[in-house]
Write a protein that binds this ligand. Sequence first.
Ligand code: FAD
Length: 401
Amino acid sequence: MAKTKELLKDTRNKIVDLHQAGKSESTLGKQLMRALKMKRGWVFKQDKDPNTPPRQQATKEWLLKKHFKVLEWPRQSPDLNPIENLSQGGSQQLSQTLAERVGWQSILLGSAVTNIWQDAEWARVTTAAAATFLCRAVIVSCPPHLATKIHYEPALPSQREFLTQNMPVGHMIKFIVTYQTAFWKDKGFSGEIVAGSSTECPFCVTFDATTPRGNAALVGFIAGQQASQWTTKEARERKHAVVSALVKYLGPEAASFIHYEDKDWAVEEFSGGCPTNVMAPGLLTYYQPSLRKPCGRIHWAGTETATQWCGYMSGAVQAGQRAAVEVLSELRPAVLTREELHTLRHSQSEETRAQQTPSSALKRLTTAVVVTAALTVAAALCLTHAERVMLKVTTFFSNAL
Ligand SMILES: Cc1cc2nc3c(=O)[nH]c(=O)nc-3n(C[C@H](O)[C@H](O)[C@H](O)COP(=O)(O)OP(=O)(O)OC[C@H]3O[C@@H](n4cnc5c(N)ncnc54)[C@H](O)[C@@H]3O)c2cc1C
């Protein structure tokens, strides 16, 4: 009892500290008080950032000393994932801006590619509406599980086929619930809920999705095993379960929402799942080189082929740029800068290195071990021999003297 009182007193002092430090940290202070009063094992999430101000570090140390759990979280700074941090207008503006630069007249929407044929000089792309396009190079940028649905003539190398057939996509149902006000903020909540798998709560995570104009919303995901259970249910059932869980975590105000909308990405023909593809065990070790390696006139892009931010929008842009440079280096190398050519050559040499299979690496290692052992034995023999020579020399001189 005395211990709890002492902790409460300490926490009040800390809150005064935090109030003086700034508004956001005073929210943390309020949460601390609530955690203590509710006697619940709360976990505090803190951005792990090399530029973390010393005050944040001190708060973390204080939390740990008082036996609160702290979850360190890699900070997603604009430098790391710039596209995710587009502040206004949403991520669709990325596609729209690109389309404007390319020219809408050069973009064909609603035309699924069904067939890609190629020979030594040309590639021919056929769509579901039987339109055909003859070109020098093709960049396939849809995710691997959708790329396998396209028919390739001649067939792709077996290593590429095996890779894409073993890269399943995840399953997520995304929902957005809109409100008159972001009532959770007034209560000192961030709107971020991380919930374990349970029959009471369908979602695993929610975030505050209030727009820059202040339209209050919560966004969340029903994922994995729960997605496979909730996908077969009616949308109104999901709505009821989601809102009930929000009421449980955030209070009765959560029931007075304006609108609920959800999207099951697995049932979308040209998504087939969400958010990204993963590799089956062993695939990265043995088949990874086929991920980016062009197959004749076909080049591969899409976020799954990115070396950074794989599975995110920034990864998709990086992959697109890399594939474009690949094609230009073959068709119009003159337009590339020295830096682009250098980056391309560097990544190609990295790929070649990665293509050395573990068995060839093992062979090289075995050879190195054998050679080292042989050299060691030879050196030892030489030393023994030299010792004998030295002994003879010493004996000769001592006899002579
Ligand atoms: C619900 C959800 C939330 C996400 N949240 C975030 C986030 O917060 N931050 C983030 O960075 N990323 C997020 N992502 C991931 C992000 O959307 C992807 O990483 C990104 O869109 C990948 O881009 P891409 O160009 O590689 O592939 P896609 O965006 O999947 O584009 C592939 C395109 O190919 C088309 N296509 C498929 N098959 C064919 C065919 N046969 N012929 C012609 N066209 C075809 C599809 O219609 C699609 O337009 C999220 C994804 C989802 C689904």
